[in-house]
Design a protein around this ligand. Structure first.
Ligand SMILES: Cc1cc2nc3c(=O)[nH]c(=O)nc-3n(C[C@H](O)[C@H](O)[C@H](O)COP(=O)(O)OP(=O)(O)OC[C@H]3O[C@@H](n4cnc5c(N)ncnc54)[C@H](O)[C@@H]3O)c2cc1C
Length: 380
């Protein structure tokens, strides 16, 4: 049996996780990324226990633990009264219950750890996929610079605006959620100096008066920095960008009715990044022939469960498990199996994230955090 040649388009979190997992099956993996170098957008990321457990199996868990923060709990609080409405123990409890803790970190630390674990020589930066076709038993890729490459399987890990998805299933557009997300990092010491009584160690979500208004905070950088994420309703901006900034004073005014403890966290913030939030309804199919989708390319979702990247990492593990021991002639059936394994769970999480009620008042986190991507039985 010849090892299949697998081309992954997109070196985001999903694409890199897939490259590491697929190379372990013996496949010859190439990752094509349009950017000139590995980079990241966004400041921080919360990796839920299901994501950390999957990353542990990829061998990157030790690297991210070195700099990450381990939240003591995952708390929900009422915006007005401050009452705790849901509490899930994290750290040691999550380690025992889910096999891994929750970890919060700078995005650059996760991207760096995944990049360092990539199989040697597999990353081809500066390669923007422009088109492909399936003929003569292989997939032929054409890049914007005129170069070409052949493979037995194309994995579209090219994000929310996926070209691969559009070529497979036709043009479409993600739906604007009506919300702008504000992201900012403040020194934890500045908050602690002003309000030493506020416990910054848990991951905390303050639920606002409507599902469109919320404030989330967690420590990153080993506890040095406090990351703040908030949303406010707003009309759709003309241009979508992760690097647009806004005055934190506008956010403070938008959250003026929040509990004093929540407002105190925003005090040191001066400038914030603003990002319009988009999501999608679940797709009917994730693959056709020898081409499949992975990560945001097939299940972009709102960030309210902190599961977007987690689901892409779970996809990567499942795809590798479905392709393990499969030659080039078994690829189509393996991709159909991958979809049967992953579609129900990712779609359920996509819908739940859209509704934005997860862990608002209940403590039932097990169905999300307890998933073990490496050992869950594969669908027939
Ligand atoms: C505000 C916000 C906060 C979030 N917080 C969390 C969180 O705390 N926890 C969590 O788990 N998730 C979170 N998410 C979701 C998470 O960021 C995404 O789900 C994840 O980054 C998607 O990874 P991906 O690899 O699928 O796609 P992407 O990260 O979008 O990567 C796609 C890659 O493909 C490349 N590409 C695109 N087109 C081409 C082409 N034609 N040719 C070559 N390369 C191409 C791009 O340059 C890019 O590098 C959050 C999302 C948002 C918006």
């Amino acid at each position: 049996m010849n090892a299949p040649r697998i081309a992954i388009v997109g070196a985001g979190i999903g694409g890199m996780a897939a490259a590491i997992a697929l190379a372990r099956t013996g496949a010859a993996v190439a990752v094509y990324e349009q950017a000139a170098a590995l980079g990241w957008v966004g400041q921080a990321i919360n990796l839920a226990p299901n994501a950390v457990r999957a990353l542990d199996g990829l061998g990157v868990g030790a690297a991210i633990r070195g700099t990450a923060w381990r939240p003591t709990m995952r708390l929900s609080r009422d915006w007005q009264t401050g009452a705790i409405t849901s509490r899930v123990e994290m750290a040691e409890s999550a380690q025992q219950r889910y096999g891994a803790p929750m970890l919060t970190m700078h995005r650059a630390e996760l991207i760096g750890a995944l990049g360092a674990a990539l199989p040697a020589g597999c990353l081809r930066t500066g390669h923007r996929l422009a088109a492909w076709d399936e003929s003569g038993g292989e997939v032929r890729l054409r890049f914007a610079d005129g170069t070409e490459a052949g493979c037995d399987l194309l994995v579209g890990a090219d994000g929310i605006h996926s070209l691969v998805r559009q070529h497979l299933f036709g043009p479409d557009r993600p739906a604007y959620t009506g919300m702008i997300a504000w992201r900012m990092v403040v020194p934890a010491a500045a908050v602690a100096a002003a309000r030493p009584d506020i416990d910054l160690t848990p991951f905390t979500k303050w639920w606002g008066p409507t599902p469109q208004v919320q404030l989330v905070h967690f420590l990153i950088g080993g506890g040095r920095d406090l990351f703040l994420f908030a949303t406010l309703p707003a009309p759709e901006p003309a241009r979508e960008s992760w690097s647009q900034t806004g005055d934190a004073q506008v956010l403070r005014a938008g959250l003026a009715g929040f509990h004093p403890d929540a407002r105190a966290l925003l005090e040191p913030a001066r400038e914030a990044y603003r990002t319009a939030l988009y999501d999608r309804a679940p797709l009917a199919a994730w693959s056709r022939g020898r081409v499949c989708l992975l990560g945001d390319a097939c299940h972009a979702m709102t960030p309210f469960m902190a599961q977007g990247a987690a689901q892409g990492i779970e996809d990567a593990v499942a795809l590798a498990r479905c392709l393990d021991g499969v030659g080039a002639d078994g690829i189509v059936a393996a991709l159909e199996r991958y979809q049967r394994c992953r579609h129900p769970r990712a779609s359920r999480i996509q819908k739940t994230s859209h509704e934005n009620q997860f862990l608002k008042t209940q403590d039932d986190a097990d169905w999300v955090y307890g998933h073990d991507a490496w050992n869950v039985p594969l669908a027939a």
